[in-house]
Design a protein around this ligand. Structure first.
Ligand code: SAH
Length: 349
């Protein structure tokens, strides 16, 4: 059997072209697109305003890639919901839904696992099985919205994987999710996070994107960053920050630097001063995160006092800084843990 087309990864113009080439009226494309992107159905049988024959013929030619809930944990502390989804091919991915005063924000994965090898991160331990399709990134959002009867207002690509290494599918995802005929989420409410794939940052700035670029910096210099992030040996801190400066100049958008505070590793006053001097004058923002302690490594998160002192040094030196709250501490809401534990439990049965 020839492979069926991935219909949920198609833009409305692409779908319209297909539908017309099948000899069908153009408005059918709009109806199907709305089922896929506004009503989030996972089967053609559910598209009740289409004839049975048409549904059967669509089923033959197209596949709907879905994300089915395998595990769902809701934090009793702050309402954060963590999903483990199963994809059509049996792989699993993690997604986290967070509730804020302004609405719901969702953290989605871009790959199954990750190849970047950051030493503090649980998502990368088994490497990257494959990149996600556009439809599989969308489905993570759609399933949560369908099950909870909510709409998310903010999206962060900060789950498993390196989005800039799934570049084309990521751009297509952004195109569809911000489209008026789909979820219509403002690009300004979307953040894309990278560990620092410098050539892709240059490629991206050509597009003058409106979403926020987050850069996982986590260290003020090559010495520390080389030790915790292997990607730094390919593109060092200065090369990365040069790319960030160019990105800001090209897009006029503020960059957000992520900095996970790990006790005794990157959290001294000296680190704060060095970071401040390197970021001085940049249109940027530093997001300090108490590192999530994961079973697979020995890193210890910095104390609240250390975070505060570090933030004060940055602020004093003119760097806008926030300290991120830890959400869902009771449900393993951080990077890669739910999936790993689920796989481990399954293999122990
Ligand atoms: N690959 C991308 C996006 C996925 S990781 C990137 O590197 O940015 C999302 C964020 O979580 C990154 O900032 C990553 O460095 C951070 N992270 C991973 N493990 C963590 C941990 N144990 N504690 C705190 N932050 C962590």
């Amino acid at each position: 059997m020839t492979e069926r087309k991935d219909i949920r990864s198609m833009t409305l113009p692409e779908l319209t072209e297909d539908i017309i080439s099948l000899g069908l009226p153009k408005f059918r494309a709009g109806q199907i697109y709305s089922w896929l992107h506004q009503k989030y159905v996972s089967s053609f049988a559910d598209m009740t305003n289409l004839s049975k024959d048409l549904r059967a013929s669509l089923e033959e030619q197209y596949e709907i890639f879905d994300a089915k809930t395998v595990l769902k944990r809701t934090s009793a502390i702050d309402g954060t919901v963590k999903y483990l989804y199963e994809l059509n091919d049996g792989n699993t991915v993690e997604t986290v839904l967070m509730k804020y005063k302004y609405g719901y924000s969702i953290c989605i994965s871009s790959q199954i696992g990750c190849d970047m090898g950051c030493s503090f991160c649980a998502s990368t331990i088994d490497g990257c099985a494959r990149s996600l399709r556009t439809s599989e990134m969308l489905a993570q959002i759609y399933t949560a919205q369908r099950e909870l009867g909510i709409r998310v207002s903010h999206i962060v690509l900060m789950g498993m994987g390196e989005p800039l290494l799934n570049y084309d599918n990521m751009l297509r995802f952004l195109d569809i999710i911000t489209g008026e005929d789909g979820a219509n989420i403002s690009a300004r409410h979307i953040s894309v996070s990278t560990c620092g794939i410098v050539p892709k940052i240059y490629e991206l700035m050509e597009l003058r994107p409106q979403f926020t670029l987050s850069v996982s910096l986590h260290a003020p210099n090559d010495d520390i960053r080389n030790r915790i992030m292997p990607v730094n040996r390919r593109w060092g801190v200065e090369e990365l920050l040069d790319a960030c400066r160019d990105y800001i100049a090209a897009t006029n958008r503020r960059i957000s630097f992520e900095y996970a505070m790990m006790s005794g590793i990157n959290d001294t006053d000296e680190c704060a001063r060095e970071l401040a001097s390197r970021l001085g004058g940049m249109l940027c923002h530093v997001n300090l995160i108490p590192a999530n302690e994961v079973r697979e490594n020995d890193y210890v998160r910095s104390s609240a006092e250390r975070l505060k002192a570090f933030a004060e040094i940055l602020e004093k030196n003119g760097i806008t800084t926030t300290v991120r709250r830890t959400l869902g501490p009771d449900i393993e809401a951080s990077c890669g843990q739910l999936r790993r534990n689920h796989a481990k439990e399954a293999s122990e049965i």
